[in-house]
Design a protein around this ligand. Structure first.
Ligand code: NAD
Ligand code: WQD
Length: 336
């Protein structure tokens, strides 16, 4: 089966390409490399010991997308391509709405035109807003505080409405919690540009000495130790979740939380990182970050029940693998 993976050169996309190739799928990647590096594709091939096809295209360009569907018999689409920086989305709302919404519409239209029946979409736990934890798929969504989150909620809506009007079309809306970690090989992982917005890459850069100390955004939340609680999920578990979703896709719209179901506070994550890697991570407590919520973790039972998928890797493995990639990545960058 040929799977078109948009954004396949990115953080979650690369790991999913490896998982797809290992599961026997053929992979066609469409990525404009706006937030990734062409070398990532060689790393995928090196890990999986298999080939893939790559198109350097922008998936908001209908003609380019059409060409891929003409050249290949596509059996399913996994749509990762998107802009994902929450803060930047507040500064540049139009860029986010354009990139994230138009890409979804163009890909779904291509699926209709070429009779492709399977579509897997990268959604986010951010669509739950400040609901009560644990978040369940059937909860009413609350408004998010930024355009990025809105693009995910809108894309979900576009896909749901299209399914209703398209007999035989199957869509999985996968709501990721907080993906962290990297492939055990250390060859692929998360390499954000500039100062990281997210906790784990910030921690690894402090551990490396690139940043002086972690700023912990608030210790007065109603959580176990006052710091924010999140459901960190190893990116390899997340990748395997996509294969499970693809394997089990049936007609209709199906929403799945991809998380572990366990919450970890910022300070617990720092402690786990220190324990896993034997490195101290200096930190200071600062003001809360605008837009943050106290707690966010999944009820992950639906994916287990319907897809037979659960996250297997614990927080220690996430910290160990994130650090291994950070070290390797440094060496890689220094040699090019
Ligand atoms: P990423 O930035 O590493 O990967 C996205 C990839 O898409 C990049 O390689 C980028 O070059 C490409 N891309 C962006 N716009 C494109 C376009 N118009 N045409 C072609 N390629 C384009 O991000 P990621 O962390 O791997 O996230 C993948 C998806 O998962 C995104 O849709 C993101 O919103 C979603 N998501 C991510 C997280 C997270 O914390 N990483 C959480 C929830 C959901
Ligand atoms: C985690 C915890 C922070 C950085 C974001 C997006 C979400 C999703 C995943 C895409 C929070 C604290 C962080 C730091 C800190 N992405 N923190 N110091 O905010 O849960 O989710 O990424 O869909 O949409 O909003 O993740 O890693 O930024 O923060 O104390 O330097 O770490 O306050 O409690 P978040 P995060």
């Amino acid at each position: 089966m040929n799977i078109l993976v948009t954004g396949g050169a990115g953080y979650i996309g690369t790991h999913t390409c490896v998982a797809l190739l290992e599961a026997g799928y053929s992979v066609i990647v469409a990525d404009n490399l706006s937030n990734s590096n062409i070398q990532a594709l060689d790393k995928i091939k090196e890990i999986a010991q298999k080939e893939l096809i790559f198109y350097q295209v922008d998936v908001t360009d209908e003609k380019s997308v059409d060409k891929i569907f003409t050249n290949h018999e596509i059996d399913g689409v996994i749509h990762f391509a998107g802009l994902k920086a929450v803060g930047e989305s507040v500064e540049k709302p139009l860029a986010y709405y354009h990139n994230n919404i138009v890409s979804t519409m163009i890909l779904v239209r291509a699926c209709q035109n070429y009779k492709v029946k399977r579509f897997v979409f990268s959604s986010s736990a951010t669509v739950y807003g400040d609901n009560n934890v644990p978040f369940k798929e059937n909860m009413s969504l609350l408004p998010t505080t930024n355009p990025y989150g809105e693009t995910k909620a809108m894309s979900e809506r576009i896909l749901t409405d299209t399914v209703k009007a398209t007999p035989g079309f199957s869509v999985a809306l996968l709501r990721y919690f907080n993906p962290v970690g990297a492939h055990e090989s250390g060859l692929i992982g998360e390499a954000p540009n500039g100062i990281p917005n997210n906790l784990m890459p910030y921690v690894t850069q402090v551990a490396k000495g690139k940043l002086e100390k972690l700023k912990v955004f608030g210790n007065d939340y109603r959580t176990i130790d006052g710091t924010g609680v999140r459901d960190y999920i190893h990116v390899l578990d997340l990748a395997e979740g996509h294969v499970a979703a693809l394997n089990n896709l049936i007609e209709g719209t199906h929403i799945y939380n991809l998380g572990t179901g366990r919450g970890t506070s910022v300070l617990e994550l720092v402690k786990a990182f220190e324990e896993a890697n034997g490195i101290e991570v200096p930190y200071e407590i600062v003001e809360r970050r605008t837009g943050d919520i106290a707690s966010c973790y999944a009820d992950a039972s639906k994916a287990k029940r319907e897809l037979g998928w659960t996250a297997k890797r614990d927080i220690i493995a996430m910290c160990r693998d994130a650090w291994r990639f950070e070290k390797n990545y440094k060496e890689f960058v220094e040699t090019v």
